[in-house]
Design a protein around this ligand. Structure first.
Ligand code: EPZ
Length: 421
């Protein structure tokens, strides 16, 4: 079992290009089956979750090939409408295939999705949206069987701005007759990127990023190319790393607007972060001790993203004062806290709230990743801890970070992936 060995307590200094967005490329790969043709997706990161999506597409009968940062999907040969349980269990975003398979074939059979264990992750909003569009869905005992002779456009209100449910509704609406209006959709940049891809497929769709998304027609193209936006959560993770370890770094190929709330919090803590939207560059420097800031409260985009809560928490473990986090999106997203305490952090959690009392120093420790962003948070904290830390459970981190050790080495970190023997 491989581990990451980090020799922390040293300032960072370097530059890294930010990878394509995991949470953008996954729904776009699912959407590629809506058109019976070829989609070439550029800026596609090398991630375990991308590999799982490719295996799902191949199981369905599509051809998938990769050439460097580009993935080519030919969905013309699609013959199946089921996803094996083992593949469903690998990641949460497997559920977004539901709307696309149903839209393409008129039926879909899959089981409940897997993914990070962040508390209950129901799919009731996905099911409700597809039923509104005319699907007959039997979802008992973890198996989901959907049938829809034809989907009919309608007004769809999402009780919560769920990212996945918004994506499923958009994809199913693309092959529905008539117009679909989705109210209270998620507004994340990845929703906008999915819309941009669907427009290239010839779908008449608008409103992503606003409170109303309207879908008016079906795909008409069968050969598209699309470049995925950069990963705002990965960018926020590496900014958290320099906040934790100190030094000066530069991120390229990034859209600062997509992580403005994380930048604001880190700036307020005492990092000096400058962003150039035109050039797609963020520079960050941290020299003096950080200071605690007002409570960090997670909320749907454009609020403070739940995915940046773990790395930003890791960045403030040595900040002067007490920092409070309130996690409003997931019920159990503090699983990294017990691991951070092994480094000497002082953290108390109570329900949605975590209270971090800044300490003067952290020391290296053996750490176990609990989930994707929790694992990244351990890397961030270990970089600011004096001495050697060893982090296991890398399969969590590899789901969302394209060779995290290479990126952190480019930023000047003393980090290696070893066999752990
Ligand atoms: C997406 O998950 C992201 N994953 C998550 O990123 C991200 O944390 C989350 O959106 C919130 O931004 C992908 O895009 C692959 P939700 P998703 O549906 O779609 C509740 C990462 O680290 N809910 O917006 O599963 C749900 O329980 C991952 O990259 C229902 O109640 O999130 C949660 O409390 C982690 N019923 C809230 O809504 C439903 O049917 C937000 O969930 C669906 C969701």
């Amino acid at each position: 079992m491989s581990i990451l060995r980090i020799n922390g307590g040293r300032a960072l200094n370097g530059e890294v290009r930010i990878q394509g967005a995991k949470n953008s490329v996954l729904p776009i790969m699912a959407a590629s089956i809506l058109a019976e043709g070829v989609s070439i997706i550029h800026n596609c990161p090398r991630l375990a979750d991308v590999d799982v999506s490719a295996r799902i597409l191949e199981h369905l009968g599509c051809k998938v090939s990769r050439d460097g940062e580009s993935v080519c999907i030919d969905s013309s040969g699609m013959i199946r409408s089921d996803i094996p349980d083992a593949l469903m269990r690998e990641m949460r975003s497997s559920v977004v295939f539901l709307g696309a398979i149903l839209a393409r074939t008129g039926e879909a059979r899959l089981s409940l999705p897997g993914g990070c264990e962040l508390g209950p992750r129901p799919i009731d909003l996905h099911i409700a949206a597809l039923r509104e569009l005319g699907a007959e869905i039997d979802d008992n005992g973890g198996k989901i069987v959907c049938k829809a002779k034809r989907l009919k456009g309608c007004r769809l209100h999402l009780a919560k701005p769920s990212v996945g449910a918004t994506e499923n509704a958009m994809l199913a609406a693309c092959r529905s007759s008539g117009t679909t209006v989705i109210t209270n959709p998620a507004k994340e940049p990845e929703i906008w990127d999915l819309q941009a891809y669907l427009i290239k497929l010839g779908v008449s769709i608008s409103g992503a990023g606003s409170s109303i998304i309207t879908v008016e027609s079906m795909p008409t193209k069968n050969h598209v190319e699309h470049t995925v936006i950069s990963d705002r959560i990965v960018a926020a993770t590496y900014l958290s790393a320099v906040a934790s370890a100190g030094g000066s770094i530069r991120l390229t190929d990034v859209n600062p607007e997509h992580l403005s709330t994380a930048i604001d919090v880190l700036n307020e803590m005492g990092c000096e972060i400058e962003a150039d939207r035109e050039k797609g560059i963020i520079t960050a420097r941290k020299e003096k001790r950080l200071k605690a800031v007002k409570p960090v409260i997670t909320s749907p985009y454009p609020g403070f993203p739940t995915d940046t809560q773990p790395p930003v928490m890791a960045a403030c473990l040595k900040a002067q004062g007490t920092t409070v986090f309130v996690e409003n999106i997931f019920e159990n997203r503090y699983r990294h806290v017990e691991e951070l305490k092994r480094l000497g952090a002082e953290i108390k959690t109570e329900g949605k709230t975590a209270i971090i009392c800044g300490v003067d120093r952290l020391h290296g420790a053996e750490l176990q990743s609990t989930d994707l962003r929790g694992g990244a948070a351990l890397c961030v904290a270990a970089l600011g801890a004096e001495g050697i830390s060893e982090i296991s459970g890398l399969h969590h981190i590899d789901r969302g970070y394209d060779k995290i050790e290479n990126a952190l080495q480019a930023l000047g970190a003393d980090i290696r992936r070893t066999s752990g023997a």
